[in-house]
Design a protein around this ligand. Sequence first.
Ligand SMILES: [Zn+2]
Ligand SMILES: [Zn+2]
Length: 679
Amino acid sequence: MPLGPAAKLGVEASALQRLQRLGLIEIREKVQGRSRRTQRVIAWKGSPAATEPTSKKSEENLNAETQSSQRNRREERIRELLETERGPLPLPQLLQLAAVTRAVIERMLRDGLLESWEEPIDPAEDPFDAGFTPPAHELNAEQESALKAIRARFELGEFGVQLLHGVTGSGKTEVYLRAVQETLARGKMALVLVPEIALTLWIGRQCRSWFGARFEGVAVLHSALSDVERAREWWRVRNGEARVVVGTRSAVFAPLENIGLIIVDEEQENSYKQEETPRYHGRDVAIVRAKMEGALALLGSATPSMETYHHAREGKYELLTLASRVADRSLASVEIVDLREDFQQSHNTSPISAALHAGIQECLANGTQALVLINRRGYSWSVLCRSCGASVQCVNCSISMTHHKQRNRLECHYCGSIQAIPKVCPKCQSKYVYFFGEGSEHLEERLRKEFPGARIARLDRDTARTKRQYQETLGAFAGGALDILVGTQMLAKGHDFQRVTLVGVISADSSLSLPDFRAAERTFQLLTQVAGRAGRGELKGRVLIQTFYPEHYAIQDAVRQDYSAFFERELHFRRMMAYPPFTSLANVIVRDVTLEKAIRWSRQLSEYFSPHDDKGVRILGPATAPLARLKKEHRFQFLLKSPKRSVLTKLLSGALAYCEANEIPDTAVLVDMDPLSLL
Ligand SMILES: [Zn+2]
Ligand SMILES: [Zn+2]
C-alpha cells in the first residue's frame, strides 16, 4: 500500500476527513496503476502539394525516376490504407499491411504526410475488425442535409431526438463526426454509444484523426478495460479533460457535464440492453439523459427497431434519411433459394443447395471468397429416437442437447452441461437413435467433402474460444489464405472483407420460427446485415438466402432491402396482436428448483394480478414459460400488456411489494420490462 494523504502530510486521517466534511479541503483520488503500455498510431494527415518530392541530384542519377515512382507507389498505398481502407492504424499493423519499413513511415512523418499519437494498448483490439470504411472528408447531398437538420436542432438549443436512418455503407459515421464537431464548437461535450467494444476503439481513433492528433479530449469506456484503465478514463471525464466519450452500454452513465449531444449508433442492437439487474436499455437511458441535459439524442441505424421508427413516423422523433451508399456502390443482389424446390429437383439432403454449391464453385474458380452463415453451432442440434420419438434433453433445462462430433459428446447450450452420446434411447432402450439438424460443425464437414481443394475454416464459439483464435481465423481470411469461411452470427457484423463476392445463408427459417413476437424483426435485421457484408470492395456481391418459407414478408423485404415495406407489414401485425410499439410489455417469470414452490408462488402472484386484469392491463398467465426449465429451475410466466406504460409500472411495483409481504423470495421473481425476448 502506498502512503495515504494523511500519512504524507503527517496528520491523522480522521482530521483530514473532518476538514473534508467542513468543505475546507477536497480529497481527490489519483490513479497510479502500472506504467501505461502504449502504442503508436499513425494517421494520414492530408495531401500537401508536395506529394512528389523531387530529388536534388536526380539529373545524373539514372535510377532516380524509378526510385521516385517506387516511392510514390509506396506512399499511395499507405494513403489508401489510412485514408480509404482502414483509417488510422497502429504502427506494427501498418508496416505489415503496407509491407514497408519503419524508415519509410518516419520519413513520411517528417514530410508532414502522416501524423501520429500514442494510445494505450487495448486488449480488446482486433486488427481485422477495423472493418469499416473510414469517413470521407466530403459529404454527399444526403449527408449534408442530415447535418443541416442536426445543426438546426443545435440552434434551438433544447432537447430533441433524431433518427438517422441510413442503409449499410451510407456513411453515417461522417455525419456523427460532423455532429460531434459542431457540438465541440459550441463549447459542449458529446457522448457516443456504440454496440461493441471493437467499435469504441475505431470511433475513438476516427475522432483523433478527425480533430487532429493533438486532440487529447477523447475518453474510451468499455467493459474490457482493466480497472486501472477504466478508473483513469473515468477521472479524465470527471475532471473535464475529455470532451468526447466513446463507449459501450454503461458509458451512458459517464460523469460528463454540459452534454450537447448523445449519439446511439445501431440503436436496434440487443447489446444495449443489460439483461442482469439493474436491467436497463442503454438507448432509452440515453434519451432520458439527453432530456435532463437539454441535449440532442441522435439515434442511428440501418434497420431501426420498430419502436424507434414508429416514434419517428409519428413525429415524436425527427427522421433523417440516407438512402444511398457512399461512392454510389450498389447494394449486393440478394436471391432466395427455395429449399422445397431444391429438394424436389435434386433430392439432395445436403444443407448446401444446388444454387449455393454452384455459387461457391464460381467463387473458387474466380479466386474470390465466400462466407457461409448458419445460426447453430455443434454438429447436430437434436438427438432423436426413431422408435418412440423422444429427444435427448438436458437434465437441467427443457431443451435438446446438441451433438458435438469432434468433442464426442452432447452439450447443453443453455447451462453448459455435458452427456455422453447415448448408444440406446434413454427412454425406450431402442437402438435406433439418430442425429437431426445441421450445425456449423456439420456444415464445415459437408463443405470439405463437396469442395475438396478449397481452403476452409470455421468461426463460432467453439473454434474461437479466445480472442486470439478469433483474430487468427479472421486474419487468415482477410489476408486471402482461406477461400471459404463458415460461421455463426459472429460473421454477420462489421467485417469489411474486400474480396467476398458471395454470402450464403443456410437457413433463414431458424430465427423466424422462434416463439417470439420479435422473430420477424430479428430475421429481417439479420438478413439485411448479412446482405451488407457482400460487395464491400470493388467487386460486386451476391447473397443467397436458403429458406422453406420464401413467401414470408421478413424474407421478401430483406431480399429487396426494403425497410419501409417491412416496417408497414410488421407494424400491422403488432397492432393486431397488441404488441410494442402499440403496447408496453412486461414479462414476469416465477422460478424455483422445486416445481411445487414455483407453482405455489405463481398461483399466489396470480391472486394479486387477476383483479387488475382488463382494467387497463391485459394479464396472460401464469403459463409454463417457453423454456419451462432452465438451469435446474422450473419456470412459469406472466405476460402483461398495457397501452399505458405508467399503469404497467405501477402494477409491477405493487407486485413486488406483494411478493415481499407474502414471503415470495425476490430471487424467485424476475421482472423484465420491455423484454427483448420472451423465452
Ligand atoms: Zn425411444
Ligand atoms: Zn441445460
